[in-house]
Design a protein around this ligand. Structure first.
Ligand code: PHE
Length: 339
C-alpha cells in the first residue's frame, strides 16, 4: 500500500504540473482527492491493515494529500499569472505606431465671407438679427408693399407651404419684424437663407443666401446710405474700391437703387468679369418706404431709414473667382479644400 500511495503522489504531481488550464487542475483534484478519488479509494482499504501499519499509512496518506494540495495551489497560481501576462501583451498599445490621421475641417467659403461681412458691420455699430425661413405671405410681401397680384411677385416666385405660408424669397421680411420689436435707432444686418423657384444653372439656385441691412433713425438720408455702403465696400474689397449708385425700383424702398463696386479683377479698367463696365453690381438698396415704416409701427414724419439686401453667393463668387454657384452646395472636398 505504501508504494501505491507514493506512486499516486508522484503521478498526481506530474499530471498537475502538465495541466494547461484551471479546468484541467480542477478535474485532477477530483480525480485524486475527490470523494470518489484514487486516494480515497486506497484509504478505504485501510481496514485490511494491521493495527501498527494503520497509523503509519494514515500519516503517509495525509502527507501525500497535503503535497498534492500544495502542487494544485502552486500550479493554479502559475496559470493565473500566465493568463494575466498574456492579456497584458495582447492588450498593450504600441505608442510608436503611427496614428490614424484625422482631417480637420474648416469654414465653408460662404461662411468665410459672411463672417467678414458680419465683422465689418459689427465694427460699424450694427447688430445681427434673424427671422424665420418659413414666413407668412404678410411679412414676405404684403407688409413690404407688394400686394397680392402685384407683378413684383413674379420675380420672386417661391415655394408655398399653404395659401399664406411660404419659404421666404428675400431677407427683407426681417426688416418688418425688427421694426415691430425695436424702437429706433435701429442698425441691423440680417443674414440668412432665402428661396426662389428658379431652376438650377451656373448662376441660379432655388436656395441661396442674402444679407439684409436696415438703419432707422432721425435724419437718415441717401447720403447716409451712400457713405455707409462706401465704407463697407472699402473694408471688404480694399481701400481703392469705389461704389456706383444706379436708380432702380423696389416696392419697399423709395427712392431705390442698385449699388455697384469697382471690379476687383481689373480695378475699373474693364474686363470680361465686369463685361467691360469696370463695376460689378453687389446689392439693391433704398430709403425705406413710408408705408413699410408705418407697417412696422414707426412714424415716417419723425424717422427715416435706409435698407439694402445683397446676395452672399455673388459676393463670394467674385471674391474667389468661382464661376458656378452649384459648387457651393455639392460638398466636393476638392473644391472646398481650396479655401
Ligand atoms: N430684397 C431685395 C431683393 O431680394 C433687395 C433689397 C433689400 C432691396 C432691401 C432694397 C432694400 O431683391
Amino acid at each position: 500500500m505504501k508504494e501505491r500511495i507514493e506512486a499516486l503522489g508522484l503521478s498526481a504531481s506530474q499530471e498537475l504540473n502538465n495541466a494547461q488550464s484551471l479546468q484541467e487542475i480542477e478535474a485532477l483534484r477530483v480525480k485524486y482527492l475527490g470523494k470518489k478519488g484514487e486516494l480515497t479509494a486506497i484509504l478505504k482499504q485501510m481496514g485490511s491493515l494491521s493495527a501498527e501499519e494503520r497509523p503509519v499509512m494514515g500519516q503517509l496518506a495525509n502527507a501525500v494529500r497535503a503535497q498534492i494540495e500544495e502542487v494544485i495551489e502552486t500550479r493554479a497560481k502559475e496559470l493565473k499569472e500566465a493568463e494575466i501576462e498574456k492579456k497584458l501583451i495582447e492588450e498593450s498599445i504600441d505608442v510608436t505606431m503611427p496614428g490614424t490621421p484625422r482631417s480637420v475641417g474648416h469654414k465653408h467659403p460662404l461662411s468665410i465671407v459672411l463672417d467678414e461681412v458680419k465683422d465689418i458691420f459689427l465694427g460699424m455699430g450694427f447688430k445681427i438679427s434673424t427671422g424665420p425661413e418659413i414666413e407668412w405671405d404678410e411679412y414676405n410681401f404684403e407688409a413690404l408693399n407688394i400686394p397680392q397680384d402685384h407683378p413684383a411677385r413674379d420675380t420672386q416666385d417661391t415655394f408655398y407651404l399653404s395659401e399664406n405660408k411660404l419659404l421666404r424669397s428675400q431677407t427683407s421680411p426681417v426688416q418688418v419684424r425688427v421694426m415691430e420689436q425695436q424702437e429706433p435707432p435701429i442698425r441691423i444686418i440680417a443674414p440668412g437663407r432665402v428661396y426662389r423657384s428658379d431652376s438650377v444653372d451656373a448662376t441660379h439656385s432655388p436656395l441661396f443666401h442674402q444679407i439684409e441691412g436696415l438703419v432707422v433713425d432721425k435724419g437718415i438720408t441717401m447720403g447716409t446710405l451712400k457713405g455707409n455702403l462706401a465704407d463697407f465696400a472699402k473694408k471688404l474689397y480694399g481701400e481703392d474700391t469705389k461704389i456706383r449708385i444706379r436708380p432702380h425700383h423696389f416696392q419697399f424702398t423709395e427712392p431705390s437703387c442698385e449699388v455697384d463696386v469697382t471690379c476687383f479683377r481689373c480695378h475699373g479698367e474693364g474686363c470680361p468679369m465686369c463685361k467691360g463696365e469696370g463695376f460689378i453690381e453687389i446689392l439693391g438698396a433704398g430709403m425705406v418706404h413710408p408705408n413699410v415704416l408705418r407697417r412696422g409701427g414707426i412714424d415716417p414724419e419723425e424717422y427715416s431709414g435706409y435698407a439694402f439686401g445683397m446676395g452672399l453667393e455673388r459676393l463670394v463668387m467674385f471674391r474667389f473667382n468661382i464661376d458656378d454657384i452649384r459648387l457651393f452646395y455639392e460638398n466636393d472636398l476638392r473644391f472646398l479644400k481650396q479655401f
